[in-house]
Design a protein around this ligand. Structure first.
Ligand SMILES: [Zn+2]
Ligand SMILES: [Zn+2]
Length: 245
């Protein structure tokens, strides 16, 4: 599968770059994972947004759904012929936001049951609830044809079950918002927690994302690498970063 970072800042866009959004492609199928601000602008650089097959959301914080409404408008206004309803998968623990996923004839909100494996096109997706102020789910996305695994922590503070959830992932993208010293936060991971997680889970590749605008990002990466003490390739997320998993 191919994973493309469309936005990576935490909370708000910065320096002309957007917030959480990732495009996952396999076998001609395109799945958008979160739809933060600038998603459409970046998505248009790699594909026609009308050709998206599905969207899946970790939670309903604005920095993860900011472009959802304009994606619906694009599908309503741009096509010469009506297009198929776009399935948008979300959890149902926030009914008001879940209902906004449906726009008649344009998009259809589809609930995922976090207790079960969800099949979306060529992917099998498992979930774990994260430590965050609102209900939020990390996702373990397996490409069915190859068995390759991409884990996205979504937004989360550290909790022990994350270690096994991320086990042997070919790619792990994390919410590494804080430098070392803010461990056990109620909403986000630190560099140290990320490094230790990557080491315990023995992931193959690590991308630090949901980045904070006012910290030294090279230091964030150095601290992370110090705590996994290994050859795990570690990158800072950047717009249009493409990773073949
Ligand atoms: Zn966020
Ligand atoms: Zn959040």
């Amino acid at each position: 599968m191919k994973v493309t970072v469309l936005g990576y800042w935490g909370g708000f866009p910065f320096n002309n770059e957007g917030t959480s959004s990732y495009l996952i492609e396999s076998d001609g199928f395109s799945l958008l994972l979160d739809a933060g601000s600038s998603t459409l602008i970046q998505l248009e650089k790699v594909m026609d947004p009308l050709e998206l097959d599905a969207v899946i959301l970790t939670h309903y914080h604005h920095d993860h759904v900011a472009d959802l409404g304009v994606l619906q408008y694009l599908r309503q206004l741009k096509p010469k012929e009506p297009v198929a309803e776009l399935p948008i998968y979300g959890h149902q623990e926030d009914q008001k936001h879940f209902e906004e996923l449906t726009m008649a004839g344009i998009s259809l909100g589809v609930p995922y049951n976090p207790e079960k494996t969800l099949t979306v096109g060529p992917f099998s997706i498992n979930f774990i609830k994260t430590i965050h102020p609102v209900p939020c789910y990390a996702m373990r996305i397996e490409e069915n044809t190859t068995g390759k695994v991409f884990v996205f922590t979504a937004d989360t503070g550290y909790f022990a079950e994350l270690d096994s959830f991320c086990e042997k992932a070919d790619l792990l993208i994390t919410d590494t918002y804080f430098l070392e010293g803010m461990e056990n936060h109620h909403a986000h991971l630190t560099s140290r927690e990320t490094g230790e997680l990557a080491k315990k889970a023995q992931v193959k590749k690590l991308v630090l994302s949901h980045l904070r605008q006012d910290i030294d990002l090279e230091l964030l990466k150095e601290q992370t690498e110090k705590y996994h003490e290994s050859s795990i390739e570690t990158l800072l997320a950047s717009t249009q970063l493409q990773i073949i998993v």
